[in-house]
Design a protein around this ligand. Sequence first.
Ligand code: CA
Length: 381
Amino acid sequence: MRYSKMGLGVLIGCALSSVALSGLAGAAKLNRVAAGFQQPLGLANAADGSSRLFVVEQGGKIKILQAGKVLPTPFLDISSLTDAGGERGLLGLAFDPKFKSNGRLFINYTDKGGNTTIARYSVSSANKNVVDPKSAKVLLKIEQPYANHNGGQLEFGPDGMLYVGMGDGGSGGDPENYGQNMNSLLGKMLRLDVSSDTLSVPKNNPFVGKDGTKAEIWASGLRNPWRFSFDRKTGDLWIADVGQNKLEEINFQAASSKGGENYGWRLKEGNSCFNPSRGCDAVRANGVKLTDPVFQYPHNRGVSVTGGYVYRGSSVPELAGQYVFGDFGSGVIWATSRDGNGKFSTREMMDTDYSIAAFGEDEAGELYLVGYDGTIYKFAR
Ligand SMILES: [Ca+2]
C-alpha cells in the first residue's frame, strides 16, 4: 500500500510492475498493457466495433490505444483551453450512444477560469482517428467557487441521457452547503438530454417544475463523485463519492429509480453525521430520506475513492457481476457483490502500489485500471 494525501497533481508515484494478490480473487491479476501516458485520468471505448481505447490525459489530450499501440497523433487536444493541475484539466469523456453513426463525443474540462465546461465534438469526416477541433460546441458552463471538487465524469445511461457528476465545488467541508442546495448544480448528479443540437432538460427529471430547484438535477448530496458508472447489463448506477475526513463511500442506485435521491453530503459523511454533527437524519433538506452508502471504508484503508465498473467481461469469471473499485491514495482494490435479495457484500481484492486515477471498460466489457503515473493495466486471470 502506498500512501499519500489526495490531490491529483502531487501524486505521481513510483508504480511497481507487479501487485500483491490476496483474498478470494487470488486468480485475478493486473497485466500492464501500455505506459507513457501523461497523468491519465480516464479510459473509454466508443462502442463502434473498432476496439479502440481512448485514454484521457489531464493536460488536455485524448490518445488512442489500439492493439497495444498508442497512435502518434492525439484523437483530440484541448490543451490550450484548460490549465491542468491539482483537480483541474480534462476530466471526462463519453461517446454518444450513436457515435458509430453520428460521430459525436462529449468532454468535461475546467476552462481557463477553472469553471466546469461540458462540450460536444465530432470526429473528422476525413480521419476516424482524429476529432475535428472546429466542431467544438460548449453546451454547459458551471461556475466553480474553488479549485478542487470539480467532479468530472460523464456517462450515458441506459436511457440515452448524459449524466454528469458534479462535486461540491470545494474547498473542504462544503462551506456554502452546495450539496444540499437544490438551486445549485454543485454537489449533484445531473441528467441532460444531448440528443439534439442543443442541450435540453429531460421532462421526466425528478425536479422539473419545482420552485427553487434546478431541473437538471437527478440526485443530490454528493461531495465529489469523481467516478461513477452504469452496469452495462442491468443499468444500475454506482457512484463513488470521495470523503472528507473519515469515510470513503460507494452509493448504489437501482436502474428502476426515478431519481431524486439525496446521498447525504454535507449532512453526512458516509453513514455518520458530518454537519450538523448530531441529528443529521432528521433533516429533510430536499424532502427525502437520506440514502446511505452500500459500502464505506475508513481512512486507514484509503483517502480518495475511485469508482470503477461492474465487471461484465469474460476473462476473469470470478469477478462476474461484481463492482470493482479502488482508492487513489492507498492503491487498495475492492469488489462488491449484490445478491438476489439485494444484500451487498464487499471484500478487499488487492493491495497495490498504484495511484488509481480511474477504471475503464473496453467494448467487450473487460476491465482496465488507469494509473496516474501513466500506465494502463488490464484485469486478467
Ligand atoms: Ca453520502
